[in-house]
Design a protein around this ligand. Structure first.
Ligand code: LLP
Length: 385
C-alpha cells in the first residue's frame, strides 16, 4: 500500500512525481535472484523498462546482468557498474556507432536480428580487430497472448532472423574467425500472464537447439528473453511476481545440454510494481454525461494507457475515505488529446482540487516512456528506502 507517510507530507509534494519503493524492489530482486539460482539460471535486467539511476544501482548491486537496446544503454550499464561480460545487446536496428560501442566493451553477446546485421558486425569487428560474440535471434512463431503492440514472436513481427536464412548465418560465422557463435536468442513478447505460453516457447527452443546441434553447434547460451507479466489489478496482493513458477517451467520443459546455460532478460516483472505515478487533482469537471478528474499528470508522464489502453489501478491517497462518497470519474490528464485518459468511470471517493492520486504499477515502461510533448515540466521523484 502507498501509505500515509506520503499523505502526511502531501502539502509539500511537488507533483507529478514518480514514487519508487526501493524496499519492494530489493525484495523482488532477492526473490528473482534466489529463484533463478535454484536452477542455475542467469538473469539480465532489461534496462529499457526503467533506467532510473537509483533503480539501476540496486539492480546492479544484486549481481544481475544487463539487457540493452542502444549504445547509450550499454554506456549507462557500464557506468553503473554492470560487468560488460554480462551485457547483451538486442534490437532490429543497431547503428554502426552502437555496434562499435558494444565491440569496444567486448559485451557478452549481440542478439543479432538479420543476415545484413551480421555482415555489418563482421565488417566493424574486422575494422576494430576484435571478436564479436553472436547470439542469433530466432523468431519461434509462438503467440504470447498479449497486446499486439508488444507481441514480438510471430512470423508477422519484424523481429528475429528469418529461419530460412539461418544456414546462411551459420556459413558466415563458420567462415569468419572474428564471429563467435555464443547463443540462441528468443523473445516472444511482454506482459505475458498465461504461463503456458512459456511451455510452447520451450518446445520451440528445444527444436532449434537440436537443429544447431545437428549442424555441429552446441551453443553455450540459450537466451529465452523476458516477458513475465505482472498483476496490474492487484499491485499490493501480488507485489512480487511468481518467479518460482516461471523458472520452474523452463527447468521442466527446456532441454539443455550439460554445458548450456539458460539466460533470461526480465524487465517489467522486476521493476513494474515498485513504481507509482503520484499526481494531484487540478480540477473537477462535472459534465453532462461524465465527471472528469483532471490531473497534473498526463500521457506525457505515463503513456501506457493512451498507447495500449493499458489498465493501471488508480487510488485516492487521502486518509479520510470514510467521510467521502464514492463517485465515478474519467481520470484524465491535461494534454490536448482525447486519448490522454488514465481510466474511465473509475470509482473513487469524491475528489477535490489538490487531492493526491496514485497510479499504480508504473515502475516499468513509465518514466522511460515520458515525453517532452507540450514542453511539460520535468517529473519529480520520491524514493522509499
Ligand atoms: N528482451 C527483449 C528482446 C525485449 O524486446 C524486451 C521488451 C524484454 C527483453 C523485456 O521484456 P519484459 O520482461 O519487460 O516484458 N512498452 C511496453 C513494453 C515493451 C516491451 C519491449 N520489449 C509496455 O509498456 O507494455
Amino acid at each position: 500500500m502507498l501509505t500515509s507517510t506520503m499523505v502526511l507530507d502531501s502539502e509539500n509534494l511537488e507533483t507529478p512525481l514518480y514514487y519508487y519503493d526501493l524496499t519492494l524492489l530489493k525484495e523482488t530482486l532477492i526473490e528473482v535472484v534466489q529463484s533463478a539460482k535454484a536452477y542455475d539460471f542467469h538473469v539480465h535486467y532489461a534496462l529499457k523498462a526503467n533506467n532510473n539511476p537509483r533503480i539501476l544501482q540496486l539492480v546492479q548491486s544484486m549481481g544481475l546482468g544487463a539487457d540493452c537496446v542502444s549504445g547509450n544503454e550499454i554506456d549507462l550499464a557500464i557506468e553503473t557498474g554492470f560487468d560488460s561480460q554480462q551485457i547483451v545487446f538486442a534490437g532490429v536496428g543497431k547503428t554502426d556507432k552502437e555496434i562499435r560501442t558494444a565491440l569496444k566493451h567486448q559485451i557478452l553477446a549481440f542478439n543479432v536480428e538479420s543476415v545484413q546485421e551480421l555482415e555489418v558486425i563482421a565488417q566493424l569487428a574486422a575494422e576494430m580487430k576484435t571478436v564479436a560474440r553472436i547470439a542469433l535471434r530466432i523468431n519461434p512463431n509462438v503467440d504470447a497472448h498479449t497486446h499486439h503492440y508488444i507481441t514480438t514472436g510471430l512470423d508477422e513481427n519484424k523481429f528475429g532472423i528469418l529461419t530460412h536464412e539461418l544456414p546462411l548465418c551459420i556459413d558466415l560465422i563458420r567462415d569468419n574467425e572474428l564471429l563467435q557463435l555464443t547463443g540462441l536468442h528468443f523473445h516472444i513478447g511482454s506482459q505475458i500472464t498465461d504461463l503456458n505460453v512459456f511451455k510452447s516457447l520451450c518446445i520451440k527452443v528445444n527444436e532449434w537447439n537440436e537443429w544447431f546441434i545437428n549442424r555441429g553447434y552446441e551453443v553455450p547460451i540459450l537466451n529465452v528473453g523476458g516477458g513475465l507479466g505482472i498483476d496490474y489489478h492487484q499491485p499490493d496482493e501480488a507485489a512480487i511476481p511468481d518467479f518460482k513458477s516461471f523458472f520452474a517451467i523452463f527447468d521442466e520443459f527446456l532441454i539443455r545440454k550439460s554445458h548450456q546455460q539458460v539466460h533470461f532478460e526480465l524487465g517489467r516483472s522486476i521493476v513494474g510494481q515498485c513504481g507509482s505515478l503520484i499526481s494531484r487533482v487540478l480540477y473537477i469537471k462535472n459534465g453532462i454525461k461524465k465527471n472528469f478528474a483532471i490531473l497534473d499528470a498526463g500521457m506525457t508522464e505515463l503513456l501506457r494507457p493512451s498507447l495500449y489502453q493499458a489498465y493501471h489501478k488508480i487510488e485516492y491517497l487521502g486518509n479520510d475515505h470514510d467521510h467521502k462518497q464514492q463517485t465515478h470519474y474519467d481520470v484524465v490528464g491535461p494534454i490536448c488529446e482525447s486519448s490522454d485518459c488514465f481510466g474511465k468511470e473509475v470509482s473513487l471517493p469524491e475528489l477535490h482540487r489538490g487531492d493526491l492520486i496514485a497510479i499504480r504499477s508504473t515502475g516499468a515502461y513509465g518514466e522511460v516512456m515520458a515525453l517532452r510533448y507540450n514542453l511539460r515540466e520535468n517529473i519529480s521523484f520520491l524514493y522509499k528506502e
